[in-house]
Design a protein around this ligand. Structure first.
Ligand code: DGP
Length: 114
């Protein structure tokens, strides 16, 4: 999608600190990190949210999950752990309508998710 910021990052039209890329997703450091490690893992196709995927896309979505695990290992997060967050829609304050996950780590995030 022309105006989508994550599509522009995927196409290399705007710079980002990319840490990983494969056929399913691109991962880059968040512009406003909320943890010492805050990586955005964005789908390599423009779908606004998880609600836009169908049954036939299990391989694509599974590929992103496996990529997140790979990135966590590459970043050395296996020992102390990490959190994966997907914001979907208004109540979750999704600000970029292009499917992405937040990979957060680098400190104790507490017992509560929110
Ligand atoms: P969300 O609120 O779940 O839609 O998260 C969007 C995240 O994307 C937010 O944490 C900030 C990040 N972000 C937005 N624009 C850019 C950008 O141009 N570059 C990078 N690296 N991150 C961005």
């Amino acid at each position: 999608m022309n105006s989508c910021i994550f599509c522009k990052i995927i196409k290399g039209e705007i710079p980002a600190s990319v840490v990983y890329e494969d056929e399913y997703c691109i991962a880059f450091r968040d512009i406003a990190p909320q943890m010492p490690v805050h990586i955005v893992v964005a789908a390599k196709k423009h779908v606004p949210s998880l609600l836009g995927f169908a049954n036939g896309e299990k391989e694509f979505l599974g590929g992103i999950q496996l990529a997140i695990a790979k990135i966590a290992r590459l970043e050395g997060l296996g020992e102390n752990g990490f959190r994966v967050v997907n914001n979907c829609g208004a109540d979750a304050h999704q600000s970029v309508p292009h499917l992405h996950y937040h990979l957060l780590a680098g400190g104790d995030m507490g017992e509560r998710i929110v």
